[in-house]
Write a protein that binds this ligand. Structure first.
Ligand code: HAM
Length: 426
């Protein structure tokens, strides 16, 4: 026997026993997104490397060390998308969807980052992302947050903390940056290697450092909130007031700077204390300069992305265990001669709207009934043998009762039962 090949580290199979929970999430998310008028956009997994370097930022963990980048056969540098915002902006510009228009897009799919795998952190993971364009005011920021809150309610997730911050305009950030550099320079001797590198290239990222030894220095750093320009302050105040008016609880976290460079003004994260170190379930904010930065006409924008593995883990822990779409009926075939007829009968039953799992590959009645039980179907139809010409035998797999009846009557009976039966999660 040759050796079995294993999956790439950090890239997980989503097995049939967890997929129903994902599907439950997807149904709830689609309903909520439609309720707010968002439309789906589907984007490529591969983009030119330059797109990510230019949008996420050269001095970010993602671009510096986490991207899956390779040269294709033409010698072009391509990257497996580490996130969805850059591709969505690229697609919007390229397809003329942004200019003079208001857009609300959503997307879902795998993202790729070469991080150190651990619980809640993978190399292939999934996001549901939302990006809006053309709305400069804080009302859309509020809408995005309300949309998240509604989704958490629809899923029965509670206990998430909403953290908010404003990064101000680029000009205000520039001023703040000077203050921060002066402060950090005064503490240069105490900084670690990573922070020294960030200090030179992207000093705000020093505030993002997780090194425990630096937390006192970080706590004493000048406060970004104090450096906000008047317009950003007004924007942020309006946002906070509106959230309060809608009963949304939040905490202002002046240290929330996010790991991607394209943000300005509002940034936010929904976090949980139930998943250990990987606490961010959903994160986003405004990226008002990104469209122009990527070659489009200036266009305000805001969005967020939910980390689905983390959300699904939370749902599973909270006892959401969605049943698979079990068949209504298992069709057992009593003798080989009935096999072809059984295929036709299964089609007729499906035409009548029933979910049917057909016994393929033969087997003794006993083992077919075992498979029927395992399928989760509440009924088994026994076809062939004695009953082939007169009708079928219908076995209730819960009570064990069995009756013989004509096929048409069996179909009517099953349709009546399954119309009310709760065999699915929805
Ligand atoms: P992000 O904070 O890099 O933002 O990722 C968003 C979410 O994806 C995180 O909060 C986390 O739940 C999940 N996530 C990130 N990395 C991993 C990983 N290695 N394994 C598992 N889950 C992960 C963005 O990606 C932005 N594009 C969000 C955005 C959209 N901002 C504006 N629009």
């Amino acid at each position: 026997m040759s050796h079995a090949i294993q999956a790439v580290r950090g890239m997980n199979d989503l097995l049939p026993d967890t997929v129903p929970v994902w599907q439950r999430f997807e149904r709830a998310a689609r309903d909520v997104l439609h309720a707010y008028g968002y439309t789906e956009i589907r984007l490529p997994l591969l983009e030119k490397t330059e797109l990510f370097a230019r949008s996420i930022g050269d001095v970010t963990d993602i671009v510096e060390k986490e991207m899956y980048t390779f040269e294709d056969r033409n010698g072009d540098s391509l990257t497996l998308r580490p996130e969805g915002t850059a591709g969505c902006v690229r697609a919007g510009i390229e397809n003329g969807l942004l200019h003079n228009q208001v857009q609300r897009f959503w997307y879902q799919g795998p993202m790729f980052r070469h991080e150190r795998p651990q619980k809640g952190r993978y190399r292939q993971f999934h996001q549901l992302g939302v990006e809006t364009f053309g709305m400069a005011g804080p009302d859309i920021d509020v809408e995005l947050i309300l949309l998240c809150a509604r989704l958490w309610r629809a899923l029965g997730v509670d206990g998430l903390e909403l953290q908010l911050n404003s990064l101000g305009t680029l000009a205000a950030r520039h001023l703040y940056r000077q203050q921060l550099v002066a402060y950090l320079e005064a503490h240069r001797a105490e900084l670690d290697e990573d922070s020294l590198r960030r200090l030179d290239k992207n000093p705000m990222r020093v505030l993002d450092s997780k090194n425990p030894a630096l937390q006192t220095i970080i706590a004493g750093a000048p406060n970004l909130q104090d450096a906000l320009d008047a317009e950003s302050r007004e924007h942020f105040d309006w946002l906070c007031e509106s959230l309060r008016a809608q009963g949304v609880v939040f905490r202002i976290n002046p240290r929330l700077v996010r790991g991607l460079d394209y943000y300005s003004r509002t940034v936010f994260e929904w976090t949980t204390d139930r998943l250990g170190a990987q606490s961010a379930i959903c994160a986003g904010g405004r990226f008002d300069s990104l469209v122009e930065h990527l070659g489009g006409r200036p266009m305000p924008a805001a969005g967020f992305a939910i980390g689905l593995e983390r959300l699904i883990e939370l749902l599973t822990r909270e006892g959401v265990n969605a049943a698979a779409q079990a068949p209504h009926l298992y069709l057992a075939v009593l003798d080989d001669a009935a096999g072809r007829g059984a295929l036709g009968l299964a089609e007729r039953l499906r035409d009548a709207g029933l979910r049917v799992q057909l016994n393929c590959g033969g087997g003794a009645l006993k083992s077919q009934l075992k498979r029927a039980d395992r399928s989760g179907a509440p009924y088994c139809l026994l076809y062939g043998g004695e009953t082939e010409h007169q009708g079928v035998a219908l076995k209730d797999l819960r009570s064990g009762e069995q009756q013989e009846l004509p096929v048409e009557r069996a179909i009517e009976f099953l349709k009546g039962r399954t119309a009310t039966a709760v065999t699915t999660f929805d």
